[in-house]
Design a protein around this ligand. Sequence first.
Ligand SMILES: O=C[C@H](O)COP(=O)(O)O
Length: 331
Amino acid sequence: MAQTTEAPDIATQLPQTTEPRNPGMALDMDRVMRATANRSAIERRAATLPGRRSVKKDHQAAWLARAVSCIDLTTLAGDDTPGRVARLCAKAKQPVRADLLEALGLEGLTVGAVCVYHDMIEPSVAALEGTGIPVAAVSTGFPAGLSPFPLRLAEIGESVKAGAREIDIVISRRLVLTGDWEGLYDEMRAFREACGEAHVKAILATGELGTLQNVARASMVCMMAGADFIKTSTGKEGVNATLPVSLVMMRAIREYHEETGHRVGYKPAGGISKAKDSLNYLALVKEELGDRWLRPDLFRFGASSLLGDIERQLEHHVTGAYSASWRHAIG
Ligand SMILES: O=C[C@H](O)COP(=O)(O)O
């Protein structure tokens, strides 16, 4: 029988929780090599989640509001313009129609961050001034991460200077595929240093890492090297965020926390566009990591088109009717 998931304790007005940053640790190769993943067991468990967990109807709006508060509202297109990011930032500040927010008692709800390419940082920072919503920039030769290493470090520095408070770096997949864990550790450590006070999310590009065991080991190495978040994908790989990959990465985060006391955040990204999917991810976080991770300082969705569907579901919750999806074009 399906278990029901209660509403989150606080729907939207989240107290400012600030997790101390993960300082990282020396590379522990024994620990890295102990990180394994049993693909068939993981896939079985992930497949049963949607049927096993359901959110009670009355609690659905609170869970969807929680999902909104954890979105990195993203635009990563070659034709991005200051005008487009200004519209995106307006949506970030008020992600759901005012009358719906009022009816739901969710005034003040915002997304977790806005995520853009370097050139769009300044217009985003300007549009979000005074809101406290951070700007995240993808970096280090995103999405492939194959530009010269000094340029990747310089790119981080430029983005921090331009006002990005979060930097989403991409790792060199070849270091994972050749088992060069020391190389991956050194690379990640250098990225973290270049970020300074800005928080660093390590994009593993899991769809290009070959095996779940590689995902488990790469997660562990990036956390040891000081990643604040580990993130599945750029959104540009053939396969992006999935529940099995999320299970592996969340378990690595849980083990790292048990062994070091440091909490690292989790960001599934790429291809998450349905409200229902966002509820499955939140249920998995609750089961694997616990309620503390259900907050924007430790959990984000990287998504360019999830918000529209969540807004439609919230409208249905309030009015009993669905609007056309074109009415929620942005986000
Ligand atoms: O990091 C965020 C992703 O690039 C967004 O991917 P998406 O456009 O499939 O939602």
